[in-house]
Design a binder for this molecule. Structure first.
Ligand code: GTP
Length: 632
């Protein structure tokens, strides 16, 4: 871009600066609308996400509660199974008077869960007697254990479940279920010990769909975890809690923060108290996993909202730009309209903007005056206010209205019409002559009317002067030479004849010489009147100059008629002229006649031949007429 071009375009923008400043509100409106829409969009997205999250949470609460109940029922059954084993073995032991050999039973496959549940019999002195696990040679006495002493000292004690401990023989965490053995005399005979591994107590993972970080756990009232499992296929462990949880009610559901768990993950936990055992089944669903689908949705929503925001900003920019452009154009149009009104209101021409009114057949029926200037209104004797909004044909009536409509329809078709017309008496136009110009513009017409009456009058006057003899007021030679070709053509077309009578006064010079030039003038005027009185309205008398006249007779079908009129003229001219000077003067006339088309088909030839015939008449003694006989 050249420097000059840059300067030009900068100047163009500088021109627009005041406009831009005054139209800044348009940008602000778009901006505000955009901000509001973006705000509404994000509010909607956030509400939607909130709802989604809420639903997921509610579902997770329900799910956790349902799982904790299932687990509680299963745990109850497992504990009951262990209880049954202790009872069965107690009675079996007592029945067989200590003849129970667990190693034998193990061999017979009586303990299907042998790798998770280990049974032992301890005698009254605390020594292992029989067991499903191998008994080491130096197996220590358990006589000092709390549960052993409890059974020993209290015959009524039923099943005692100890806190989880590290099993010495297994090297794994176990929970001991113990029951007292009584001798036939009711004295203490030892205890049955069932050691349950954590995997036995937490072995329900097939029952429901656990996700990777979900867990279930058997917990006692004090919050001690006995067995837990995180995820479906992981190993069981004693606890998942970092500190012992407390549960105020028998059942419930709540969100537990991340720090409460050894793996640092927040969870929704639900618990349920077992009916027959002092334990709670606890199920925890990982919050991260619950919300995993939510996070995907959230990301999608945010992406959509971002795209929506970008689109809205784009729309707002485009909208602001287009509005500004529209406003700029409008302003320009206003300026142009203002200038146009200034121009047309000061114009001497009437100016009208007409919109077409169509009928049902799509024919132009009328025009609606959309705009006009003061001159336009004045031309039809109305005010601008009256005229604007009215229909064009309201201003015309009768045949003239139909004629106007025809011209206007044609202008709509061709796009342009220009004419000059004499104003009809039917018209309301306040002028005698109008110059009219119609230009198609869009769905209507732009019409200008110019009053050319004065110019036309002037033109007519000049035309009359050019065509008229000043002394006699008869048409002159100039007129005749224009008229004759048309008249010759007319008779040629309709097959009739035209007669040109060349009339020359005889001895006129004497009048001039004897009575003066003025008397001669008066006689010429009187002769002209006399000639005019002899012919029909459709015929013409012309003064060629001096004492020479022509009479043009059209539509001659019989040459006799020409002879007759020639005689009338000669007779009339033979009559003395009494002029206003009181003198009576005697002149005669000689007439030469040429006929068209026989003696000529053009004005000059016809005149020349009539002149020749007149010369012949003069030669023949004056006061008579002669038809052209040819040049012979
Ligand atoms: N008063 C008057 N005389 C005119 C006018 N124009 C021409 N004349 C005169 O008219 C006379 C015409 O002359 P001519 O036609 O030759 O003479 P004439 O006496 O009629 O002779 P013939 O035609 O042969 O009979 C001339 O004397 C002109 O000066 C005019 O406008 N007024």
């Amino acid at each position: 871009m050249r420097k000059a071009d840059i300067r030009l375009s900068l100047a163009a923008y500088a021109d627009r600066f005041p406009f831009l400043r005054s139209s800044l509100y348009l940008v602000l409106v778009w901006l505000l609308a955009c901000v509001l829409l973006i705000f509404a969009l994000w509010m909607r997205v956030s509400a939607r996400l909130e709802m989604e999250q809420q639903t997921l949470r509610e579902n997770s609460y329900k799910e956790a509660t349902s799982f904790s109940r299932i687990y509680a029922r299963q745990l109850e059954r497992s504990l009951e199974q262990i209880n049954q084993i202790t009872l069965t073995l107690k009675y079996y032991w007592q029945d067989t008077r200590g003849g129970l050999r667990l190693e034998k039973q193990l061999g017979q496959g009586l303990y299907p869960s042998v790798n998770l549940l280990h049974v032992s019999v301890v005698n009254a002195s605390g020594a292992l007697v029989t067991s499903t696990l191998p008994i080491p040679k130096d197996s220590p006495s358990i006589a000092d254990r709390e549960y052993f002493l409890l059974h020993k000292n209290n015959p009524a004690t039923g099943l005692i479940i100890s806190k989880p401990v590290l099993g010495l023989r297994l090297g794994r965490v176990i929970t001991l279920f113990t029951r007292r053995l009584d001798a036939p005399d009711g004295s203490f005979a030892g205890i049955i010990v069932v050691a349950a591994e954590t995997a036995y107590l937490a072995s329900f993972n097939d029952e429901f769909a656990l996700r990777k970080s979900d867990f279930f756990s058997m917990v006692d009232k004090e919050g001690t975890s006995f067995a837990s499992q995180i995820g479906k296929n992981s190993n069981t462990l004693q606890t998942v809690f970092s500190t012992s949880p407390t549960f105020a009610a028998d059942d419930g559901v709540l969100r537990m923060p991340a720090e409460k768990f050894v793996d640092g993950q927040a969870r929704v936990i639900a618990w349920q108290k077992l009916e027959n055992y002092p334990f709670l089944s606890v199920v925890g669903l990982s919050e991260q996993e619950i919300l995993a689908s939510y996070h995907a949705t959230e990301a999608l929503y945010y992406r959509m909202a971002m795209a929506g925001t970008a689109l809205l900003i784009l729309f707002a920019c485009i909208g602001a730009y287009l509005s500004m452009r529209l406003a700029w154009r409008k302003q320009r149009e206003e300026e142009v309209r203002g200038t146009y009104h200034l121009a047309i209101d000061g114009a001497r021409e009437g100016f009208y903007m007409l919109r077409t009114i169509y009928n049902q057949q799509r024919e132009v029926q009328d025009f609606f005056i959309e705009d006009c200037n003061g001159r336009g209104a004045a031309l039809v004797g109305r005010s601008k206010e009256e005229l604007i909004g009215s229909r064009l044909l309201q201003n015309y009536t009768g045949a003239f209205a139909e004629q106007v409509l025809t011209i206007f329809r044609k202008a709509m078709e061709t796009g342009f019409h220009e004419d000059v017309f004499r104003v009809s008496p039917d018209s309301q136009l306040r002028a005698k002559w109008i110059h009219r110009r119609l230009v198609r513009s869009g769905t209507g017409l732009a019409m200008t009317l110019r009053d050319i009456s004065e110019a036309k009058e002037q033109e007519l006057l000049l035309s009359n002067l050019a065509n008229m003899d000043a002394l006699t007021a008869l048409p002159n030679r100039y007129w005749m030479m224009n008229f004759l070709p048309l008249a010759i053509q007319r008779v040629k077309n309709n097959g009739s004849q035209l007669a040109l009578l060349f009339v020359d006064l005889d001895d006129f010079k004497i009048i001039n010489d004897s009575f003066g030039h003025q008397a001669g003038d008066l006689l010429l005027q009187a002769a002209a009147l006399r000639l005019k009185s002899l012919i029909r309205g459709s015929d013409h008398v012309v003064r060629l100059g001096g004492d020479e006249f022509t009479v043009i007779l059209e539509q001659i079908n019989d040459v006799q008629d020409v002879s007759h009129i020639s005689e009338l003229i000669i007779n009339a001219m033979n009559e003395p002229f009494t002029l206003i000077d009181g003198h009576s003067h005697q002149v005669h006339a000689s007439i030469g006649i040429s006929m068209s088309p026989a003696d000529g088909e053009d004005a000059a030839t016809l005149l020349k031949h009539a002149d020749h015939a007149m010369y012949e008449a003069k030669k023949n003694g004056k006061g008579n007429y002669r038809f052209y006989q040819g040049r012979g």
